[in-house]
Design a protein around this ligand. Structure first.
Ligand SMILES: *Cc1c(COP(=O)(O)O)cnc(C)c1O
Length: 385
């Protein structure tokens, strides 16, 4: 059987036609495809504003700035994430810290967050922003986090890079609970623009600030200018922004992909349900299930039993069979750069324990049941070795 990747993009003829149409049109960037994609994304997620950004890393950076993160600020995130969830705070000169995960959901633990907030309050070191991550597409415990945010006065910047199309307590991810939510459209994610990101919020001022910051801090809106316009050419730079713009080519691809989100999601869900069934009798911990939330199923991540063959043995057997298993995530605090900041092994034991046993199995919309059966059979053999 040909190589089976852990994830891959789904591109159809409509996507190709949408991109081609932009290449033949007037605007390759800063044109009409951007607001069209933003409006469709906002509508699909039942949220007031969506701001398109060139990738989710930039989106996290801008959202931190717009939320006032700077030198002296404290930001907390989950150690079980991609490094970008933490790097964004450091870009702003802030201090980063982590809150360990709940071993069952693999997301930031609410009880660990509650305890850490109580300690931080006593020490006078409360965070101004907390960045929970919807690992594998499973929404975090956002209702409880919202209550803590209101009690302790921090803002929630949800990293939903894995979670386009998920929902929690009936509300689409990005519409409620968090102050702002970031999505990624990297090629391996749920919806792709090759590279790309989006920030959703119901806060009009925050959305305005994000739009300003993504394009150099420059405005052509007279209402936002400090002085009168000097003519039709006139613009003002009112903040130190960046060029973090998405192109029209990418936005057109995103808009076309978004039209297939439901179909792609249904396929991911069907494959995840089927994994649950065909792997049920194996010595594995399968992904968490709960009735109050719907996962986007970016990843189907299992944990091998600590008493059985090691993760390395199982991983190597899968790769030898041309199955592109992967591991998500090396806990951020154990990266050499973060150890250089003073973090050490043992700081967040639940994330470290999860990492030591985790394997992400292939899951993508075009995956066939034959491919999935082959993955399951190979895993079964590896686990009985
Ligand atoms: C992919 C990812 C990012 C970064 O997204 P880019 O669009 O590649 O910058 C951030 N956080 C998490 C959890 C991710 O998986």
């Amino acid at each position: 059987m040909a190589f089976i990747p852990y994830s891959t993009q789904s591109i159809d003829e409509d996507d190709i036609a949408a991109v081609t149409a932009v290449l033949r049109a007037d605007y390759l960037t800063q044109g009409p495809a951007i607001p069209a994609f933003e409006e469709a994304f906002a509508q699909r997620h039942s949220v007031s504003y969506a701001v398109a950004i060139n990738n989710a890393t930039s989106a996290l950076h801008l959202a931190c700035i717009a939320m006032g993160v700077g030198p002296g600020s404290i930001v907390w995130t989950s150690p079980n994430s991609f490094v970008a969830s933490a790097n964004c705070a450091l870009y702003c000169g802030a201090r980063i810290d982590f809150v360990d995960i709940d071993p069952s959901t693999r997301n930031m633990s609410v009880s660990a967050l509650r305890d850490k907030l109580a300690d931080a309050k006593n020490a006078g070191e409360l965070p101004s922003v907390v960045i929970p991550v919807d690992f594998a597409g499973l929404p975090c415990d956002l209702q409880d986090m919202r209550a803590l945010a209101d009690e302790y006065g921090f803002r929630i910047l949800e990293d939903a890079s894995h979670a386009t199309g998920s929902s929690y307590l009936g509300a689409p991810t990005g519409s409620a609970w968090a102050d702002a939510t970031v999505f990624s459209f990297h090629a391996v994610k749920i919806v792709t623009t090759a590279e790309g990101g989006m920030i959703t919020t119901n806060d009009a001022a925050l959305a305005d600030e994000l739009r300003l910051l993504r394009s150099h801090g420059i405005t052509r809106d007279t209402a936002r200018m400090h002085g009168p316009s000097e003519g039709p050419w006139y613009y003002e730079q009112t903040a130190l922004g960046f060029n973090y713009r998405l192109t029209d080519i990418q936005a057109a691809l995103g808009l076309s992909q978004l039209a297939r989100l439901e179909t792609m999601q249904a396929r991911r869900t069907a494959l995840a349900d089927r994994y649950d069934t065909i792997l049920a009798d194996l010595p594995l911990t399968l992904p968490h299930r709960s009735n109050d939330r719907v996962s986007a199923w970016h990843l189907y991540a299992v944990e091998v039993d600590p008493a059985g063959p090691s993760r390395r043995t199982v991983f190597d057997a899968m790769r030898a069979a041309e199955i592109g298993v992967n591991v998500h995530y090396i806990p951020i605090h154990t990266q050499p750069y973060y150890r250089g900041l003073g973090f050490k092994y043992g700081d967040f034991p639940a994330a470290e324990h999860y990492y030591a046993h985790a394997i992400s199995l292939p899951l993508f919309p075009a995956m066939t049941e034959q491919q999935q059966d082959f993955v399951a059979a190979t895993l079964r053999t590896a686990l009985s070795a």
